[in-house]
Design a protein around this ligand. Structure first.
Ligand code: PLP
Length: 405
């Protein structure tokens, strides 16, 4: 077996792990490192590379647009930007798309628009933002302030004021806490980073009813779950959530940085020139590539194939759970699923690290979510044979590692 090229302590900040695997290229659902060892990818660069690797169509689209025009600024616009914006507004009851460069930025825009809407419809003092425990909305100060996990927030206080959070799926608490002093509720239908819990339809219904009652804007952060990851354009569809604003990013431009905040007319009508903006967001290259990406991701037969593969993955994970008592629960939907491991607290961090490392050594790249969930988020082009192959590797690693503890 080839040795993985691991670089330790490169001049990247210490907020990253001290060791990196050095990747070189990819093809289909496989990545290859600089020593030529290949890996089946169950992580997609954290739910980004939905169309897999080595895509000539995306490369060609990006190359052609780069030859024509790379950047225009938001003083002017371009055909790829216009056509993507038009297409995305038709994905629901949206009037406009604020493009950006990252998921955090998309959520910053959502928070700002919600505050602006509350101010202009109800006057000052209705600026609070409600989020859900274990939610993840990004690392910039606004997005971080509604990411209520102490390890992310504590070193950076004071945070943006007016943020509070309640337990995921807690309808009673939502009914008690929410009122007209809030500008926005921001939620994930499946908590991608925070443990893959899935929203209940009851909670989705309560969110809809209460936010409408107080005219509080409901924002669905579909940065990880959107654009086909669960077999639907939006995971909101699975639980009947009807958001006012949707934020998207990860898979949107096939791995290039692009985000979108989809806003309704009632918000757009209140915005004034110069109140928000971005230098690079929605430039012609990323939007041209995104157009190509959406041609595939939103094709109904492609979405149906993701749902079918999601079912197959679920069957395989159920089989794993039946034979390994350390697996306490399955979570997620479509091609964003995970195994919750029941591990002694003192071994949890080491065991999880060991599972990821041993999988990598055996040629499988897999992710963690929360502190004890193995997250599986492969490129959506994966086939059942490749899913089975990855599960066999994962199964042998789990057996080995959980037996040791
Ligand atoms: N929202 C969700 C649901 C995410 O999963 C992430 C990133 O993992 C973000 C927001 C932040 O996105 P970014 O890292 O691009 O700022």
């Amino acid at each position: 077996m080839k040795q993985s090229p691991i670089v330790t302590h490169p001049p990247l900040p210490n907020n990253y792990a001290p060791e990196f695997l050095v990747l070189d290229r990819g093809e289909g659902v496989y990545l290859t490192d600089t020593a030529g060892k290949s890996y089946l990818d169950f992580g997609s660069g954290i739910a980004v590379n939905s169309l897999g690797y080595g895509r000539e169509d995306l490369a060609e689209t990006g190359y052609r647009q780069m030859q024509k025009l790379i950047h225009s600024s938001n003083i002017y616009t371009t055909e790829p930007t216009l056509s993507l914006a038009k297409r995305m507004t038709k994905m629901g009851a949206f009037a406009a798309v604020q493009f950006g460069n990252s998921g955090s930025e998309a959520n910053e825009a959502a928070i700002k628009y919600a505050r602006l809407y509350a101010l202009r419809t109800r006057g000052a003092g209705h600026f609070k933002i409600l989020s859900l425990e274990n939610g993840f909305h990004g690392r910039t100060m606004g997005a971080l302030s509604c990411t209520p996990t102490p390890k992310y927030q504590e070193p950076f206080t004071p945070l943006v004021p007016g943020m509070s959070s309640i337990t995921f799926n807690d309808v009673k608490r939502l009914e008690t806490v929410l009122d007209g002093s809030f500008a926005c509720v921001i939620v994930e239908v499946i908590q991608g980073e925070g443990g893959l819990r899935v929203m209940t339809p009851e909670f989705a219904r309560a969110l809809g009813t209460l936010t409408r009652e107080y005219d509080v804007l409901l924002t669905a952060d579909e940065i990880q779950t959107g654009l086909g990851r669960t077999g639907y354009a939006f995971a909101s569809e699975i639980v009947g959530l009807k958001p006012d604003i949707i934020t998207l990013s990860k898979p949107l431009a096939g791995g290039l940085p692009l985000s979108a905040t989809l806003i309704p007319k009632k918000v757009n009508d209140l915005l004034h020139i110069g109140e928000h903006g971005t230098t690079f967001g929605g430039g012609p290259v990323t939007t041209a590539v995104a157009g190509k990406v959406l041609d595939t991701l939103l094709d109904p037969s492609f979405l149906a194939s993701v749902r079918e593969k999601g079912e197959f993955l679920k069957e395989k994970l159920t089989e794993l759970k039946e034979v390994n008592p350390r697996i306490s629960e399955l979570r997620g939907a479509g091609l964003l699923q995970g195994l919750v491991l029941d591990l002694p607290a003192e071994h949890e961090a080491d065991t999880m690290k060991s599972i990821l490392t041993k999988s990598r050594e055996k040629g499988l790249l897999v992710l963690r979510s929360g502190s004890n969930v193995i997250r599986i988020a492969p490129p959506l082009i994966i086939d059942n044979g490749e899913i089975e192959k990855g599960i066999i590797i994962l199964s042998s690693v789990l057996e080995e590692v959980t037996k040791e503890k």
